[in-house]
Design a binder for this molecule. Sequence first.
Ligand SMILES: [Fe+2]
Length: 228
Amino acid sequence: MAERVAILACVHANLPALEAVLFDIALQGIRRIVSLGDIVGYGDHPRECLTLLKDVDISIMGNHEEAIMFYGEDFNPKARESLEWTQEELNSPSFSREENQALWQQLGIMQQVVEDGDVMYTHGSPRVPTREYVVPADVRNAEKMSGIFDMVKRVCFIGHSHVPHVYTSDRKHASPDALSGAIDLRNLGDRKILINVGSVGQPRDGSTAASYVTFDGDVVRFRRVGYR
Ligand SMILES: [Fe+2]
């Protein structure tokens, strides 16, 4: 069994949600954290959320980080407004130049895909790391799913859609509830697996509780954390 890791995504600058999740992670004695991107965007605490996740073990770039650094033309008006507000916030004259620079540097070193043995981490999908969505209807798209799984050695953790879900290379899929909140990868045989960890700050699956997973190398456990 490997050292346990907490894997989270799509905080979206929601500080109360992130604090609740980090507390839940600490309560379990987990020290390693992987962030799958979109720490910023939509919410009003980008600086605080970036700072809380400054020292995570792996930090993946989401489409919102990519957009505030490079472009955001394809964002809808509301997302674009939040993108511009976030850019201004990270350049706020209320903070020193060094503090602002440190936040931009943190964004600049985020990676699109990280592989750790046979475990892959990315934001959207291995094919188009910051942008491609994988949703349950995709199991009917054999070309898309086989293209994605061809790039995965055994397991790939993603975020981006804000819906916690599991997909296997035999084109089956399941919600965390259908799996009683956990999946033991030792039962997969030769199948590969794609695991969406859901969203900390803006879940889109009907529950407002923050979502993330823990992983010990064998078992993935989905967790939900309520917050105020
Ligand atoms: Fe995203």
